[in-house]
Design a protein around this ligand. Structure first.
Ligand code: COA
Length: 324
């Protein structure tokens, strides 16, 4: 059976960081409030780069490290809700910058689950046989859709991108199983980027909603209920004991969410990797950035079984069991 093997991890973060003290000069907040509620101390914020720049830098290093020639890439997917343009897609911008002339390319919108949804889509193309090599990225410049006067949201988010290469293999490794869901009826709990219709015939009322708006409590309840259910489902269906899982890499939204999920799963806290303290919530970027950080910290080894799980706007949530 053909599977999708994961070849390398990379990430790109803007150089500039703002810590909680910096933000307390912009809005009425404090380091104590932010760290105790979220676990975040600082976040990277773009001062020059757009989403495509971050994605291109991560993809370029991935290809170089793996020694893949540009023309051997068949597919590029970018999970993002902050593309540079609506068209061309961020994935097409990556293609152009890196001369991936034989690839077909598209963006995928699933907010903080965007990278795992993108991995799932790429995996299907590989299993269907038409694609042998794919570049899968998750990247955001959330700072451009953040309301910098709203203290309840602006302290939570950061910019960054990460990604992996996927390659067709007949080995029993890579993406082993997935569990993917959406609940559009709860979408109003977390919205951003509404675009007004300004045509001369339009009679509707102005809508608002350009920037991130969130019912924090509702999102917290959703994540701490659905994510443990999803992870349990993946473990049970694949007959995998939690002891066989080396790490659980959750979307880095909030330390408290991840602590509740660890408790509900009765898994040791040390298995839950976290870099949120220094990145904030980078939405589609968070899981691949965490994986790249884990690799550079020497935490990942061939044969490791890892759970990755994303959750957020849509609402969407998605869990995967992968073997390195
Ligand atoms: N600094 C100081 N005070 C703040 C603040 C900030 N940055 N943001 C909000 N507050 C205030 C509120 O105004 C409120 O004040 P009030 O009681 O006087 O009205 C108070 O803190 C409590 O606000 P509340 O929203 O109830 O806080 P909370 O304990 O629910 O924590 C979140 C807020 C956002 C941290 C929490 O709901 C959460 O983590 N939700 C999940 C969000 C998330 O991770 N979303 C992304 C998922 S992809």
């Amino acid at each position: 059976m053909t599977r999708s093997k994961i070849v390398g991890f990379e990430r790109e973060l803007p150089e500039f960081t703002a810590d909680n003290f910096d933000l307390s000069k912009i809005v009425d907040t404090s380091d104590e409030w932010i760290t105790s509620r979220t676990g975040i101390s600082r976040r990277h914020i773009s001062t020059e780069q757009n989403t495509s720049d971050l994605c291109i830098a991560a993809a370029e290093r991935l290809l170089k490290k793996a020694g893949w020639e540009p023309e051997t890439v068949d597919l590029v997917i970018v999970g993002t809700v902050t593309p540079d343009y609506q068209t061309p897609s961020t994935a097409c911008l990556v293609q152009a910058a890196l001369n991936l002339e034989n690839a077909f390319c598209f963006d995928l919108s699933a907010a903080c689950s965007g990278f795992i949804y993108s991995l799932s889509a790429a995996d299907k193309f590989i299993k269907a046989g038409g694609v042998k090599r794919a570049v899968v990225l998750g990247g955001e410049t959330l700072s451009k859709i953040t309301d910098w006067s709203d203290r309840s949201t602006c302290v939570l988010f950061g910019d960054g991108a990460g990604g992996v290469l996927l390659e067709a293999t007949e080995e029993e490794c890579g993406i082993l199983f997935e569990d993917i869901h959406s609940d559009g009826k709860k979408g109003e709990a977390l919205t951003a980027g509404y675009r007004e219709n300004r045509n001369p015939y339009f009679k509707g009322e102005p809508h608002g909603g350009k920037f991130i708006e969130m019912n924090g409590r509702e999102v917290f309840t959703f994540a701490t209920r659905k994510v443990p259910e999803s992870i349990k489902h993946v473990l049970e269906t694949t007959n995998t004991s939690p002891d066989d899982i080396k790490y659980v890499v959750l979307h880095q939204a909030n330390t408290r969410i991840n602590e509740v999920i660890a408790r509900k799963l009765k898994m040791p806290h040390e298995k839950f990797y976290s870099n949120i303290e220094r990145t904030g919530n980078t939405s589609g970027g968070s899981v691949p950035i965490a994986l790249a950080d884990m690799e550079s910290e020497g935490l990942l080894e061939k044969g490791d079984k890892i759970i990755i799980s994303g959750f957020g706007g849509g609402l969407t949530w998605a869990t995967m069991l992968i073997e390195l």
